[in-house]
Write a protein that binds this ligand. Structure first.
Ligand code: ZN
Length: 212
């Protein structure tokens, strides 16, 4: 067998082995969901619940797909040189959905992402991608906020980055902890947004004026 064919064969065997491992994993996790259903007082074998373990595993894989994506790779190739524009760029009201790592219940809301460029700008859709990748992991809102801002600082090297997240947490609302309708706001101010009061103020004004 020629070398190339042998390598291709090896790769396909590897792929089969990997997907078998994933399948085996999935069956084991479905068992866990059945145990969970029993623990909740249900009968996992009843008609309506028969396919539930498979659906739950699929849903959780979707909701945690951010672990299998590298935000730095996602940004790569969308950074452009720009000498003219030197003002704050703000991307407002990016919807996000995440899972709190304490209860595996959703928290969701709006992300506002801003930066002050330093001769480099980034495609606007990539800001949304960045939020999405970090949100599709188990999170606490504070860390999610910081990770978005820090990645921007590292990959784009702007003069500063500012991120504000407003979210409601179902683990608070559904469990009756704290007031219903409570929103949690977190922010991360890096670079000039941290050191320059005026820059931070300008960002806050932009955020307010862009509202509604
Ligand atoms: Zn929680």
């Amino acid at each position: 067998m020629p070398v190339r064919a042998r390598k291709a064969r090896l790769r396909s065997v590897q792929r089969e082995t990997e997907s078998a491992a994933v399948e085996g994993d999935r069956a084991a996790v479905e068992d866990v969901v059945r145990t969970l259903l029993r623990h909740m007082g249900e009968d996992p074998e009843r008609e309506g619940l028969k396919r539930t373990p498979a659906r739950v595993v699929q849903a959780l894989e979707f909701l945690s797909r951010g672990y299998r994506e590298d935000p730095k790779v996602a940004i790569n190739g969308a950074v452009f040189a720009e000498d003219e524009y030197q003002e704050i760029i703000l991307c407002k009201d990016l919807d996000f959905y995440s899972l709190c790592e304490h209860h595996l219940l959703p928290f969701f809301g709006k992300a506002h992402v801003a930066y002050l460029p330093n001769r480099r700008i980034i495609g606007l859709s990539k800001l949304a991608r960045l939020v999405e990748i970090y949100a599709r992991r188990l999170q606490v809102q504070e860390r999610l906020t910081t990770q978005i801002a820090q990645t921007l600082m590292e990959e784009l090297e702007p003069l500063g980055a500012a991120v504000v997240l407003e979210a409601e947490h179902l683990c608070m609302r559904m469990r009756g902890v704290e007031k219903q309708n409570s929103f949690v706001t977190t922010s991360a101010m890096l670079g000039v947004f941290r050191t320059h009061f005026e820059t931070r103020q300008e960002f806050m004004n932009l955020l307010r004026s862009a509202a509604k």
